[in-house]
Design a binder for this molecule. Structure first.
Ligand SMILES: [Zn+2]
Length: 407
């Protein structure tokens, strides 16, 4: 049975991890940074050495292709990282894909469809999340490109220009309709479920939808020394009560995998001797089932209003963003399971709580994702890791999935 070379894959992972490496471990390799561009040049050289036909589209997506004709079977992930990120997030999916194509070429396996490995641009969203796969699937809004900025204020157009790209050309990256027969991405789970269950392969059923709302409670800015407690209209305490109650509600009334987070809290006027008159919370909710997600959002809105009313203050809810869940193709899920069965590996169907480029690809082709266990469920941090055998198993499942999809 055809197998990848773990030694070669690990050599590549080590080599890529040098670009943007941090002294304390892990990498900082944001999209379009010098470290990222050096990593891209290295990746292109590896693709060429493997005998692949390379290309880079106007959005900076980097491809290595094996075989002629159309439609192609696409596999990959991303080589950018979050600041102080780990060495496997994204990198594993790109380098395992490269190793699979190398293995298939060397074995001279005849295929019906060409295969291509891809590294998508700015998956982590320094300037705009899932930028490259949005461009490839025709979802980039050209009018917004001049305004796209990193959190430190740097403009996307400047960052891309420094790397030799014209950001205004990026919306010209879409694939021809029907040119991609299927997409499959190998990724670390970034969560604890596979490790806890002792199952080597996760088959992703879909990528969760996300709702982000700003909940603004408005009370009265009274003197914090002279106003009796019973008379205060404290916006912060309403926000605090709401955050705790919403957390209980999402846990108790969600799917069992529904999550919510209050990542930003602003309290105004923000001094010790004035009762908080305004408290704004940024709330995020994630869930794979769109109906449950919508219901939780409505119920949380009602909850915020009830709490505000009882405390005699006002609340306004502003929608920041909404992302619908993306279902992975049942056919690709079954193909991954069949590939795992060939290798005698157990699988678990699961949602992805993190966003991935596969959610964009799912809108133009049959898309699927393979997860492998993350040690301690850790990710987006320098000590992100997966067992070497877990990496080998995941790459072999990707190999056999690709063989099935392309023949
Ligand atoms: Zn990733």
């Amino acid at each position: 049975m055809l197998k990848i070379s773990l030694a070669r894959l690990r050599r590549d992972l080590t080599a890529l991890a040098r670009f943007g490496s941090n002294p304390g471990g892990g990498v900082s390799r944001p999209a379009w940074s010098p470290a990222h561009e050096e990593a891209r040049a290295w990746l292109l050289a590896q693709m060429k050495e493997a005998g692949l036909e390379t290309s880079v589209d106007p959005a900076g997506n980097t491809f290595g292709r094996h075989g002629d004709g159309a439609p192609l079977v696409l596999t990959g992930s991303h080589i950018d990282s979050v600041p102080d990120g780990g060495t496997l997030d994204g990198a594993l999916g790109v380098l395992a894909a490269l190793e699979c194509l190398r293995t298939i070429r060397e074995a001279g396996v005849p295929l019906k469809h060409p295969l291509a490995v891809v590294a998508w641009s700015d998956e982590e969203g320094r300037y705009g999340s899932l930028f490259g796969s949005r461009a490839f699937t025709g979802k980039l809004d050209a009018a917004k490109i001049p305004e796209m900025r990193a959190s430190d204020g740097e403009r996307l157009v400047d960052a891309m220009a420094r790397a030799g790209f014209n950001a205004r050309e990026a919306p010209r990256a879409p694939a021809d309709p029907g040119s991609v027969a299927a997409y499959v991405e190998l990724h670390i789970e970034q969560g604890p479920h596979l490790e806890a269950k002792g199952i080597p392969i996760g088959v992703v059923e879909g990528i969760v939808g996300i709702r982000r709302n700003r909940i603004l409670f408005q009370g009265e800015p009274d003197h914090a020394g002279t106003t009796p407690m019973a008379r205060r209209k404290d916006a912060f305490l309403a926000a605090a009560e709401y955050a705790l109650a919403a957390r209980e509600h999402v846990v108790g009334r969600g799917s069992g995998r529904s999550v919510t987070n209050f990542g930003v809290v602003e309290v105004k006027p923000g001094v010790t001797n004035i009762v908080p008159a305004r408290a704004a919370l940024l709330q995020e909710m994630r869930e794979l089932d769109g109906k449950i997600l919508g219901r939780l959002e409505r119920e949380c809105t009602a909850l915020a209003k009830r709490i505000a009313r009882r405390r005699g203050i006002r609340v306004a809810i502003e929608r920041i963003s909404r992302n619908e869940p993306a279902r992975m193709a049942p056919e690709v899920q079954r193909t991954i399971e069949a590939a795992a069965a060939t290798l005698k590996l157990r699988t678990l169907r699961m949602p992805s709580g993190a966003g991935h480029d596969a959610q964009n690809l799912a809108t133009i082709t049959k898309a699927g994702m393979i997860f492998i266990p993350s040690r301690g469920g850790r990710s987006h941090r320098p000590d992100e890791s997966s067992d070497r055998r877990a990496i080998e198993r995941g790459a072999n499942v990707l190999l056999h999935t690709l063989l099935k999809l392309a023949s």
